[in-house]
Design a protein around this ligand. Structure first.
Ligand SMILES: Cc1ncc(C[n+]2csc(CCOP(=O)(O)OP(=O)(O)O)c2C)c(N)n1
Ligand SMILES: [Mg+2]
Length: 898
């Protein structure tokens, strides 16, 4: 124990005083019992905390509400009306999912998650969640994905959706449908934050709250009044992404962040912690991390029992009962609870003598008690200096009746029978609103219910939202475009490096610096780096632009006084995230959606280190696509052979293949500085200009140095479309071939071109394939158009027209997998020979690796001759001769399988 060690390590300077305190404590224990002893200790600790007496944090409290009844504020709303509103929403949510599955068998949907969390949301909608109308910047809310039906049902009451919309839940293709879960991509004027991949939205919410502070400190948006609310499932907390970054929130004192964990004690298959207590476990984790923790465990009817619990028996029973048992009590009768929870101890049993079995069964959990939740939310919203987590205990499937409530199957129930709906109607007291006959017939659709405009309930509902700044969620779709950066930002990169050897990484860092200095857009640029700035040569940016640090720099850096000092500042522009690619991607999400969240575009550039990007955080990248994020992801130290010494886990030869799966991602594999400059300039215009396109970018960057050539005339369009001729075929030779290169393989291609012309009578022209993804997508579109327009002139893709014009067999060489060039194979006229780096990487020199993966100049020559042989323009002996000349071991194992 920390405390044992603490006491032993501090000398006792006054043993007499110590003995006095200990004796006093002993006599309390003997006279008044352990509970009183505990109480005094807690009071002492509280006082110690108030007086800033440093003390190891105590991370657990009893299994009771954090806010005692006497500290609860009066509830400001009309509880009765709000209960009615909640009943209507509960009803409509259940009916919507049921109808969806009646209309279309197997369409899915969830009932139990929202049923457990209706009060958690409604107390927010009626009293806390701010919309953007008026002078409030608006709160940002992440709803639990599986609770979406309830959020739709509320929007229906507010008149934002029609019955037709609800009837198209999960049937989106007709146009009026509602997406299964919160997807800004699918409902861009409704959902703001995608949530359904468990763990990602809790992570994103932390970085969003942090980014709001960043915008505020940098005087870009006044976010002071805005809160970030994130609703999390208790099962969801098992995802490493959920809890992995909570210390950032406390370290940066993000009191603008509130998490509500819906502790219904169940996940999909069964209990979250059948043999333990998820609320206690989470309390310890969050408290230990420095969060303000508010437990809302018991509803108000337990207050009177707890008030009588002088000897702490009830609390002890609460403390020692595991979640699996609590789940069991929910499905059992009052008699069972009397016998098993209270019964084993006569004194406890006596405490509930006056309650009927039915009353015992209905003793509610705190997460269904409006006043308890209100008190918790208010305390959370007013808390200063730390984020708050509310751990609210609920019942999964609450109110849905005995077949569904707290059952292990509850998560997957997606349809209610007529009998179950009738029971729900009674449970929610909807006899006046829903005629019994309406749910009488097996085949008839159960009806929705919406209180009439002008009724008290409707007026109340709408007035509450008006007072809180309008409906939520509501995604912003209008924003001011960003002007283009001045030409000077790019000019020098179009001119080449004048013979100086530089890498594309260095070129990009130069472009980034120029953009940050740009008068028009400089302040909008958000560089995001997970502890690799020095690797990419970005460390000069630290001193010039500062690293964002909310409390400034509290120390003198070791390199103070030097030109490239490590500068942290409140106004810093760089997000130096430390070693967290997931966190960096979460920042990327906040920055890349700022145009919609705040109407204030920021332009993120997240640079990661080779393989620790795409493959590690692929799901977050997909989520970035969902939120319609904009910005640049930069894959540094790319290439299976170009990053040479680092071996198997580092050398990236497949991120571009992974990138090819993201629909609106433009992925490029540039070779030269001018290509990067063109792509970045075009990207900023496309994403943030007058006619913004819903895109984001991935660019690979390499660490191989070579002189950057000046931009040839007329290549702009080709660079952006994915392919352009870089070098004409040499004059003289009689045979012809075309070599495509990407990234640093341009050198192998150009070397092969020289050898082929000098020794093999082949004139090879070299093309830069900046984006196989773009080429393939363009070709697929052309092909589809042609298929669907019979009799009309076929559309010809950029790749097909370029390679037809080039002619000869086509050889492609890349430092990535062959799958990339293979993506265009169907549109290559004539023989096609892709060379790429399939297989696990290893450490060696670049030359050795390129030989191993068969992408060096010798292999390009052999592949070209092989292509010519396929076309009948070369003899096999000629290929064999080249294999021998370049000392290629034809019988060594394929590197793909080695
Ligand atoms: C990353 C990921 N893995 C699995 C799922 C499938 N899934 C959806 S809901 C769910 C259970 C959720 O339990 P909990 O977080 O406790 O939420 P509750 O519905 O109980 O509020 C699972 C496993 C998912 N959506 N995302
Ligand atoms: Mg749960």
């Amino acid at each position: 124990m920390i405390i044992d060690g603490f006491a032993r390590s501090v000398p006792d300077t006054d043993p007499e005083e110590t003995a006095e305190w200990l004796e006093g404590f002993q006599s309390v224990l003997e006279a008044k019992g352990k509970t009183r002893g505990q109480y005094l200790l807690i009071k002492l600790l509280e006082r110690a905390r108030e007086q800033q007496v440093g003390f190891p944090a105590t991370v657990s409290t009893h299994y009771v509400n954090t806010i005692p009844p006497e500290k609860e504020p009066p509830f400001p709303g009309d509880e009765h009306i709000e209960r009615r509103i909640r009943a209507f929403i509960r009803w409509n949510a259940a009916v919507m999912v049921t109808r969806a599955n009646m209309i279309s068998e197997g369409i899915g949907g969830h009932l139990a998650t929202y049923a457990s969390s209706a009060s958690l949301y409604e107390v927010g909608f009626n009293h806390f969640f701010h919309g953007r109308e008026g002078d409030h910047p608006g709160d940002l809310i992440s709803f639990q994905g599986h609770a979406a039906p309830g959020i739709y049902a509320r929007a229906f009451l507010e008149g934002r959706f029609t019955e037709d919309n609800l009837d198209h839940f999960r049937r989106e293709l007709g146009g009026s449908g509602l997406s299964s879960y919160p997807h800004p991509r699918l409902m861009p004027s409704f959902w703001e934050f995608p949530t359904v991949s468990m763990g990602l939205s809790p992570l994103a919410s932390i970085y969003q709250a942090r980014f709001n502070r960043y915008l505020h400190h940098r005087k870009m948006v006044d976010t002071a009044k805005s809160k970030v609310w994130c609703f999390v499932g208790d099962g969801e907390t098992d995802e490493p992404e959920t809890l992995g970054s909570i210390s950032l929130a406390s370290r940066e004192q993000l009191d603008n962040l509130i998490w509500v964990v819906n502790c219904n004690l169940q996940r999909l298959d069964g209990p979250v912690r059948g043999n333990g207590k998820i609320i206690q476990e989470l309390e310890a984790v969050f408290r230990g991390a420095g969060w303000n923790v508010i437990k809302v465990i018991w509803g108000r009817k337990w207050d009177e029992l707890l008030a009588q619990d002088h000897d702490g028996l009830l609390v002890a029973k609460m403390d020692s009962t595991v979640d699996g048992e609590f789940q069991k009590y929910t499905v059992e009768s009052g008699a069972y609870i009397r016998e098993h929870f209270f019964g084993p101890d006569e004194r406890l049993k006596k405490m509930v003598e006056h309650l009927s079995d039915e009353e015992l069964r209905m003793l509610p959990r705190g997460g269904h008690d409006y006043t308890k939740l209100y008190a918790a939310y208010k305390a959370a919203a007013e808390h200063e200096g730390a984020p708050t987590v509310i751990l609210a205990k609920t019942v999964k499937g609450w109110t849905l009746g005995p077949d569904i409530e707290a059952r292990n199957i509850t998560h997957q129930v997606k349809k209610m029978s007529t009998k179950q709906l009738r029971e729900l109607r009674e449970r929610l007291y909807l006899q006046d609103e829903i005629p019994e006959a309406a749910i009488d017939e097996e085949n008839e659709m159960p009806p929705y219910y919406r209180p009439a405009e002008g009724s008290d309930i409707h007026d109340y509902l709408m007035e509450r939202r008006r007072a809180l700044g309008g409906s939520v969620p509501k995604r912003r779709t209008e924003w001011k475009p960003v002007p283009a950066p001045a030409d000077e930002a790019f000019d020098s990169f179009f001119k080449g490096s004048g013979g100086r050897s530089v890498s594309t990484t260095m070129a990009f860092t130069g472009i980034l610096r120029s953009l940050m200095r740009d008068k028009q857009i400089g302040r909008r640029v958000v560089p995001i780096i997970p502890d690799e700035a020095r690797t990419f040569g970005m460390d000069p940016l630290f001193a010039e632009f500062g690293i964002y640090a909310p409390f400034g720099q509290l120390y003198e850096p070791v390199d103070a006084g030097m030109l490239l000092t490590y500068k942290e500042s409140e106004k810093g522009q760089i997000l130096e995230e430390g070693i967290t690619e997931a966190g960096s991607m979460a920042s990327m999400q906040a920055a890349g959606s700022s145009y919609a969240t705040w109407g204030e575009p920021t332009i993120p550039f997240f640079t990661f280190y080779s393989m620790f990007g795409f493959q590690r955080i692929g799901d977050l990248i997909w989520q970035f696509g969902d939120i319609r994020g904009r910005g640049f992801v930069m894959g540094g130290t790319a290439g299976r052979t170009t990053l040479n010494g680092e071996g198997l886990q580092h050398e990236d030869g497949h991120s571009l293949v992974l990138a090819s799966s993201v629909p609106n991602l433009r992925a490029y594999d540039p070779s030269f500085a001018y290509e990067i400059a063109l792509i970045v300039r075009d990207g900023i215009k496309r994403m943030f200009g007058e006619e913004p396109e819903d895109l984001f970018y991935y660019l690979t960057l390499y660490n191989e140095n070579y002189p950057m050539p000046p931009m040839p005339e007329g290549v702009e369009e080709g660079v952006l479309r994915g392919l352009y001729r870089f070098a004409e075929p040499p004059e003289g030779p009689s045979r012809h071939a075309t070599i495509l290169f990407s990234g640093p393989t341009w050198k192998a291609a150009m070397e092969a071109r020289d050898i082929l012309a000098a020794d093999y009578d082949v004139a090879a022209e070299c093309w830069s394939a900046t984006s196989y993804k773009r080429l393939r997508e363009d070709a697929l579109s052309a092909e589809r158009w042609t298929r669907l327009h019979p009799g009309e002139d076929a559309r010809v893709s950029h790749v097909a027209s370029s390679l037809t014009q080039a002619g000869g067999p086509v050889i492609a060489v890349t430092d990535f997998m062959k799958a990339l060039p293979d993506g265009i194979a169907r549109w290559v006229p004539g023989p096609f020979v892709p060379l790429g780096t399939d297989g696990y990487g290893r450490s060696d020199t670049r030359a050795a690796l390129r030989r191993h993966f068969e992408v060096d100049a010798g292999h390009v020559v052999v592949a070209t001759l092989h292509g010519l042989a396929q076309a009948g323009e070369a003899k096999p002996e000629q290929v064999a001769e080249a294999i021998e000349r370049f000392e290629i071991d034809a019988d060594k194992p394929d590197p793909r399988s080695a």
